[in-house]
Design a protein around this ligand. Structure first.
Ligand code: NAD
Length: 478
């Protein structure tokens, strides 16, 4: 018996949770339920995170959390409980299986069975944003080696345990050579450890187009946070209904399982909502708990129910569907099918004990890190890069000289194009003319010179070489 935390949520939450729990308990899930209150009531009682400290303690103690959708009140600085939970509990992996149920649920893609594995903690979602000049704001995209290793390894382990044949990686490393480049590099490194699983990498733009057009060409797809956020919704939508998908958020210690849809407040209390999304979340929870026999039984009974044409309003279609049912009746139909398998749709078979146990991250030996220059960012309202160059050259110190100026990444000095549009945000790169390293004191001196010359420096970014390899981007056009 495993104790789990359950939150019934808002809107249709309580109804779909009741249906879900009824089904999995009828199937023999060995769980004990500890309920907490999260969401609208907690927000409106003045807690901007939508969850109390006591509830956090319960979630952390039980480690497994089944959560119904909640309503985030509009305005008023309320924080998304989902984002907070993922970050606080270190739920680095978001897993979303997207499978077509053709011909029972209408879809343009009858053959589709993909799993999107999205990195959940870093990338642009670190939420580090600053306004730096009148015209320019920035958001820091942070990608870490441990972050990449954990998610990529998770994707391969997932593929191994669920008998998946291929793992695809999506990045945009032709442009973001450092950040997406690291994700891709780690993917290539870890893929070698799984020779029995096919691997491939696609540039995200054409990969996404291919996924939306020919999803049957993909199996498991792993990607950084932002791409995964967008494409997991696309993938769920093109199966025919977002209402049927669940997701798992997995960390080293804790895990959270849910439907991907929201609380559908207008449908609340009508016994009409489809509990399938949350049920899919609960099935993933059961496999996570190692109760794979129960998970398999529920999944096959659910597939059989869909195949029988017993449908809630959202997927009901005259001709294909046989019976339009409410939330409770749908749950009862699934329960009546426990022990049965679908005949047209592929039944599932989960191997025993599928709790994924990943090795903990081991930090590698530090590389030789050398400071080889500095980018000084300057707020300047002028328009001529040559004029700015004349000014910032006054910052030069010993043999550390201005080597280039870029505006939004595009080289505008030396030899820029007059056509290039420039904002008030300039990156001035300083490097030693003799090609040797520089010191932090050199940078301090450059900045002191800038102060003396009334140059508005907004930030610096050190330029490093790791083990002799420059680890920063060139200016576009450089
Ligand atoms: P929604 O997913 O609640 O609803 C979108 C549409 O899908 C509606 O027409 C709804 O009736 C329908 N729908 C959703 N789930 C259904 C189900 N199980 N069965 C049948 N029909 C279903 O999205 P929304 O209307 O944009 O958001 C409503 C509230 O949910 C908002 O407060 C939002 O913040 C919240 N939300 C919560 C979560 C979460 O807790 N994970 C996720 C998304 C949205």
């Amino acid at each position: 018996m495993t104790k789990i935390t359950v939150a019934k949520g808002d809107g249709i939450g309580p109804e779909i949770m009741e249906a879900t729990l009824k089904i999995i308990l009828a199937a023999g899930a060995k769980i004990e339920i500890e309920e907490i209150e999260v969401g609208e009531k907690v927000y409106l009682a003045g807690n901007t995170s939508g969850i109390s400290k006591e509830s956090w303690d319960i979630i952390r103690k039980n480690k497994v959390f089944l959560k119904a959708p909640i309503t985030t009140p509009q305005g008023g600085g309320y924080k998304s409980l989902n984002v907070t939970t993922r970050k606080f509990l270190g739920l680095y992996s978001n897993v979303r299986p997207c499978r077509s149920l053709h011909p029972f649920v209408k879809t343009k893609h009858p053959v589709m069975d993909i799993v999107i594995i999205r990195e959940n903690e870093e990338d642009l979602y670190a939420g580090i944003e600053h306004q730096q000049t009148d015209e320019v704001v920035q958001c820091l995209k942070l990608i870490s080696r441990p972050g990449c290793e954990k998610i990529v390894r998770y994707a391969f382990e997932y593929a191994k345990q669920y008998n998946r044949k291929k793992v695809t990686c999506f990045t945009k490393d032709n442009i973001m050579k450092q950040t997406d480049g690291l994700f891709h590099q780690v993917f290539d490194e870890i893929a070698k450890e799984y020779p029995q699983i096919e691997n491939e990498h696609w540039i995200i733009d054409i990969g996404a187009a291919k996924m939306a057009d020919t999803p049957e060409a993909f199996d498991v797809i792993v990607m950084p946070n932002l791409y995964g956020d967008v494409l997991s919704d696309v993938a769920a939508q093109i199966t025919g209904s977002v209402g049927l998908a669940g997701s798992a958020n997995i960390g080293e210690e804790c895990a959270m399982f849910e439907a991907i849809h929201g609380s559908a407040p207008r449908r609340a209390g009508q016994n009409s909502a489809n509990p399938s999304g949350l049920l899919q979340g609960a099935i993933m929870m059961l496999t996570h708990l190692g109760q794979t026999d129960v998970a398999e039984k529920v999944q096959n009974a659910w597939l059989k129910t869909i195949e029988d044409g017993v449908h809630t309003y959202d997927i009901f279609k005259e001709g294909t569907s046989k019976q339009k049912v409410g939330t409770r009746e749908f749950a009862d139909a699934v329960i009546a099918n426990l022990g049965k398998k679908p005949t047209m749709l592929n039944s599932v078979s989960y191997s025993k004990g599928t709790t994924l146990k990943l090795p903990t991250y081991k930090r590698k030996a530090a590389a030789k890190k050398e400071l080889v220059g500095v980018d000084v960012f300057v707020h300047w309202n002028g328009t001529s890069p040559d004029e700015l160059a004349k000014m910032v050259k006054k910052m030069e110190h010993h043999d550390i000289q201005l080597s280039m100026i870029t505006n939004r990444g595009i080289k505008v000095y030396p030899d820029g194009f007059p056509e290039t549009f420039c904002t008030d945000h300039w990156r001035c790169r300083f490097k030693p003319s003799d090609g040797k390293g520089i010191s932090k004191n050199d940078i301090i001196q450059l900045l002191a010179n800038a102060e003396r010359e009334n140059i508005d420096t907004i930030k610096t970014e050190n330029l490093y070489a790791f083990d002799g390899k420059p680890a920063f981007s060139l200016g576009q056009g450089q």
